[in-house]
Design a protein around this ligand. Sequence first.
Ligand SMILES: CC(C)(COP(=O)(O)OP(=O)(O)OC[C@H]1O[C@@H](n2cnc3c(N)ncnc32)[C@H](O)[C@@H]1OP(=O)(O)O)[C@@H](O)C(=O)NCCC(=O)NCCS
Length: 164
Amino acid sequence: MNTVLLDKAKHDRNRFNCGSDALNNYLKVMASQQAKKDNTRTFVLEDDINNAHIIGFYTLTMTPIDIKALPHKLQKKYQSSTSGGLIARLAVDKRYKGQGFGEWLLIDALQKLLTASDSVAFPVVIVDAKDGAKHFYQRYGFQTFQDAEHKLFITIADVRASLK
Ligand SMILES: CC(C)(COP(=O)(O)OP(=O)(O)OC[C@H]1O[C@@H](n2cnc3c(N)ncnc32)[C@H](O)[C@@H]1OP(=O)(O)O)[C@@H](O)C(=O)NCCC(=O)NCCS
């Protein structure tokens, strides 16, 4: 399996339905526009049987870090850091849920962010877990920020340790 960059000429964005209108509409309307402006990158996992069909997608970018919302011992360590990698969106089409694709996409996203961090150095990955997905991310070592119930982070050091 492999993710590829979203290609609006190839991928059937209208067919995609993860059960969240906000995420469906993001893929349909915003993802390509944002990529064209170099604001975000959206990667899709294609169905092998029909490459136009999207199994799932994720969107990556950078975000400011609120150091004070990190646990105390990390605040000192990362005090000079300003940015983290952001998994801005991640979703699996309802037709493909419960088959391990969400996990596969998350690991693929973390692998890409780890590679990026090896070049441009940022210490954490942040995710905004919408629609009850918080527990999904906690399974993979993400922790909640002190000030925001749905915002979670994992350190790049932990990503590196678990993916190597
Ligand atoms: C959350 C989501 C990405 C999971 O995708 P999926 O392909 O169904 O997940 P997987 O099959 O890879 O599940 C991997 C493991 O996580 C668990 N899991 C899946 N969704 C979960 C959730 N919402 N909360 C807790 N655990 C969850 C599964 O039970 C599975 O555990 P197991 O291996 O012990 O059986 C998918 O349900 C989705 O797209 N939801 C709607 C959009 C969304 O909320 N996106 C995240 C916000 S940005």
